[in-house]
Design a protein around this ligand. Structure first.
Ligand code: PSV
Ligand code: MN
Length: 439
């Protein structure tokens, strides 16, 4: 978390922000609520919220600097046409090549200022020359981010990859991932990720302990190949495509694996990879406490791993996750881990435009994070220690219910960004241009 003294020089003061937003001089509304004793956190108007922040002693400049630090990686695979097993609806102008996917990611970065890196899925984004691709990304204004291995497609992987009963197939998977680590090194990426689709469909199909041993053996070989400073993010998922057992089903197994490997291995939490009802923020809190939270694949779901726009179904869950992160960033015991989290989006868009959906996800993440920054941590602590159950709960929900849109607008203005990135995308004629160019 940025220290005020070290933070970037802020160009916007609270007063200037109010002027910018056209709310300067329109304080009566806010004052009335103040005088009547109504908590301004519950007032969702621009003027009300800005006043409220000032009255609460929240330093808007520090807030904007904090928000500026939140960088979110977007996935190359989120920009192309994708669908369900029932069909794919082509979207006019959707990216067709890795270069187009990177160009779209760069556009999202230009409009949001928050997405300087693009995750690559090596098989889907395969190019002969990775240095050329990295140079292309830089010429577009972004960098290549996490390098994702793909050991779930291809006929050989019917019975798994790292856990496959046949050593020949395991070798294929290991070699592919070693190549990914090599690519990551070439393009100066410091994150290698692999998700295993490994599992079984029927009881008795294979030996679960032996499969775990094979997994560890393969991962140890990958770990040994990591250059210093590169992280190996271990992604878990409790089902799909395997329906009876999955070899890396949950955060507990991922923790065991990371512990067996070493400190360069950390857990990747894909928010869609849990049974319904799982308390994801508690997983996040405990991983942070153990220094094992590597990063996120953000997306949202209603039923399974739906890969919908982040925060579209359950924005309160996203806020609760962010609140645990902000809390951990404020705690010296967990700040080092919390400050190094790799925030990534992993979503695909079935019926909607890709770029616009990605921008919306970024905004929703920023919104949740902004609200988490507003949690009055001191009062929260006091109420918790006093055993004030509802009081503590209200501290949290007060922040959640605060309208942070004026602050997000102010932060964008401070960075010379479009105030509403979705609107800027719509009005900038990008969709029509891409549809024409990519017809
Ligand atoms: C698997 O569902 C997953 O979450 C992994 O991260 C894959 O790399 C990605 O989705 C592919 O879309
Ligand atoms: Mn994922």
């Amino acid at each position: 978390m940025s220290d005020v003294a070290d933070g970037p020089e802020m160009k916007v003061t609270g007063r200037r922000m109010r002027r910018m937003l056209g709310t300067d001089g329109d304080h009566d509304h806010a004052r009335r609520f103040c005088q009547s004793g109504i908590n301004l956190a519950l007032v969702s108007t621009s003027s009300g919220d800005l006043e409220h922040l000032g009255d609460q002693g929240i330093d808007v400049e520090v807030f904007v600097a904090d928000l500026d630090e939140l960088k979110i990686e977007t996935p190359s695979w989120g920009y192309g046409n994708s669908g369900t097993r029932f069909g794919v609806f082509p979207w006019p102008g959707a990216a067709r090549t890795v270069h187009e996917r990177i160009a779209d990611a760069a556009l999202v970065h230009r409009l949001t200022g928050a997405c300087p890196t693009v995750a690559i899925h090596v098989t889907w984004d395969w190019v002969g020359n990775w240095n050329e691709l990295a140079a292309f990304a830089e010429s577009e204004g972004v960098r290549l981010g996490a390098i994702n291995g793909n050991v779930f497609q291809g006929d050989d992987y019917r019975l798994g990859s790292f856990c496959h009963p046949d050593a020949r197939v395991r070798r294929m998977a290991i070699d592919h991932c070693l190549e990914c680590i090599d690519i990551a090194e070439q393009v100066n990426s410091d994150v290698f990720t692999v998700w295993l689709a490994d599992g079984t469909n029927y009881p008795g199909q294979d030996d679960m302990r032996e499969r775990y041993r094979r997994l560890l053996e393969g991962f140890r070989e990958l770990y040994a190949a990591l250059p210093p400073g590169m992280r190996f993010l271990v992604e878990y998922k409790f089902f799909e495509p395997a329906f009876y057992s999955t070899d890396l089903p949950d955060w507990g197994t991922a923790v065991l694996v990371c512990r067996a490997l070493g400190t360069q291995a950390q857990v990747l939490v894909d928010t869609g990879h849990h049974p319904l009802g799982t308390n994801v923020e508690q997983i996040v809190a405990l991983l942070l406490e153990e220094g094992l939270l590597g990063g996120f694949h953000f997306n949202n779901r209603k039923y399974a791993d739906d890969d919908l726009i982040v925060g579209s179904i359950d924005p309160f869950e996203l806020f609760r996750i962010m609140s645990e992160i902000v809390s951990a960033r404020r705690d010296p015991a967990t700040a080092t881990n919390a400050d190094a989290i790799a925030y990534m989006i992993d979503q695909s868009h079935n019926i909607e435009g890709k770029i616009e959906a990605m921008i919306q996800s970024v905004i929703n993440i920023q919104t949740a994070y902004a609200k988490a920054l507003l949690v009055d941590r001191a009062t929260l602590r006091e109420t918790q220690i006093a055993g004030d159950v509802l009081g503590a709960h209200r501290v949290l929900t007060d922040a959640y219910e605060t309208d942070v849109r004026p602050l997000l607008v102010a932060a964008r203005e401070a960075n010379g960004l479009p105030l509403d990135p979705v609107e800027a995308f719509r009005e900038g004629g990008h969709a029509d241009r891409l549809a024409r160019e990519r017809a």
